[in-house]
Design a binder for this molecule. Structure first.
Ligand code: ADP
Length: 384
């Protein structure tokens, strides 16, 4: 089965064509600057349909006359309705659109991508895979904010969680690596990329996660602040900052960038090696915050069997992993420095034999997870 995985942003379209049965990537790429005027030598791409023409041309060689069987979309917000990937029809597209206010940057772009495919390849089977879906098993005590009920009933203000496709995929692979049945697997999964979140996994399901109403809550991220006292926003508003300015400040100018001057972990580690205090401070704040979440989630899951690192920083940064692990002594966690320093594309254990909780590095692969989910939905809906 050939699945085209689409991650449609407002001005970009990422794609990957996969042969699901052979577990192979046939071709991948990104079309950028959609809706922007062309610069020297560039072709202008006025909209997502034009972007799909570019994608289509790029696919032809890899397809070699074969047909795409289905398209899988990464959809950011599935609200309270979607707890599973679904086959898309008009009603589903409208339901995703109704969630636009909850994810104003992402869901509209996802819908544009879905409609562009329908225009270009009418009748193509399309599946939506939601970033929030895995977190639909989080109990109310964990998803409620302690605010009056009307904020939830009228505005949908609650914790939703994100990065679900990655957390689910990584939890499954981690359980397999440790040869534990997923239904009995308790873990803390740490997705540390530009965006970062931790998930408490109990019996293979998400029972808590660090991102909330939006992806701003929780850990210190590349350019996002994560947790802070909400009164800071009120204070800044009273100082004359507009909602858009505050949004920009906390989403794009904060986190590692705000503290350390860069959102790139490699740059920060280099700066620490040159003795730059600001970079050291950024890593200390991020590692400390993360270690606190791990302690909290160890409690939330009733004792974790594993702590699992994934995504850009989690998979690659020996330095950051050891900064975090060094703070987990109270949990009896011990990381083996040699295993931690090893570079490998494979899932692996980096803790010592004696560590009370196994520490793992498990590479994530959201495209693969989306392609597999898409194939599964298409196969079951074909049987009906
Ligand atoms: P995104 O959320 O955009 O998908 P990624 O998962 O690619 O982000 O993670 C980006 C982060 O991973 C950046 O902070 C980057 O510095 C870090 N990173 C990538 N490769 C390495 C590496 N070899 N060593 C340390 N950090 C790395």
């Amino acid at each position: 089965m050939l699945v085209l995985v689409i991650n449609s942003g407002s001005s970009s379209l990422k794609y990957q064509l996969r042969d699901v049965d052979a577990d192979e990537v046939l071709v991948e790429g990104i079309v950028e600057r959609i809706g922007f005027p062309a610069e020297d030598g560039e072709i202008e791409i006025p909209d997502h349909e034009a972007a799909l023409d570019v994608v289509d041309a790029a696919l032809q060689d890899a397809l070699g006359g074969r047909q795409i069987d289905a398209v899988g979309h990464r959809v950011v917000h599935g609200g309270e309705r979607f707890s599973q990937p679904v086959l898309i029809n008009n009603e589903i597209t409208r339901a995703i659109e109704r969630l636009n206010p909850l994810a104003p940057l992402h869901n509209p772009a996802n819908v544009v991508g879905i409609r562009a495919i329908e225009e270009k390849w009418p009748g193509m089977r399309q599946v939506a895979v939601f970033d929030t879906a895995y977190h639909r098993t989080i109990p109310e005590r964990a998803w409620r904010y302690a605010v009056p009920d009307w904020l939830y009933t009228r505005h949908g203000i609650r914790r939703y969680g994100f990065h679900g496709t990655s957390h689910e995929y990584v939890a499954r692979r981690a359980a397999a690596l440790l040869e534990l049945p997923l239904e009995a697997f308790n873990a803390v999964v740490l997705h540390l990329g530009n965006g970062a979140s931790a998930t408490a996994v109990q019996g293979g399901r998400s029972v808590d996660t660090s991102m909330g109403f939006t992806p701003l809550e929780g850990l210190v991220m590349g350019t996002r602040s994560g947790d802070l006292d909400p009164s800071i926003l009120v204070y800044l508003g009273r100082q004359g900052m507009s909602p858009d300015e505050i949004d920009d400040l906390l989403n794009r100018e904060s986190g590692l960038k705000g503290l350390g001057g860069s959102n790139d972990m490699r740059t920060l580690v280099g700066a620490v090696e040159r003795g730059e205090a600001k970079a050291q401070r950024a890593l200390d704040v991020a590692a400390y915050r993360l270690a606190k979440y791990i302690g909290a989630y160890h409690v939330a899951v009733g004792g974790a069997q594993a702590i699992v690192f994934t995504a850009g920083i989690g998979e690659n940064s020996t330095v950051f992993r050891s900064l975090v692990a060094d703070r987990l002594g109270a949990l009896g966690v011990a990381v083996d420095p040699d295993a931690n320093a090893l570079r490998s594309p494979d899932p692996r254990v980096i803790s010592t034999e004696g560590s009370a909780i196994a520490v793992l590095v498990v590479p994530t692969d959201e495209e693969r997870a989306i392609a597999e989910a898409t194939a599964a939905v298409v196969r079951t809906s074909a049987v009906r």
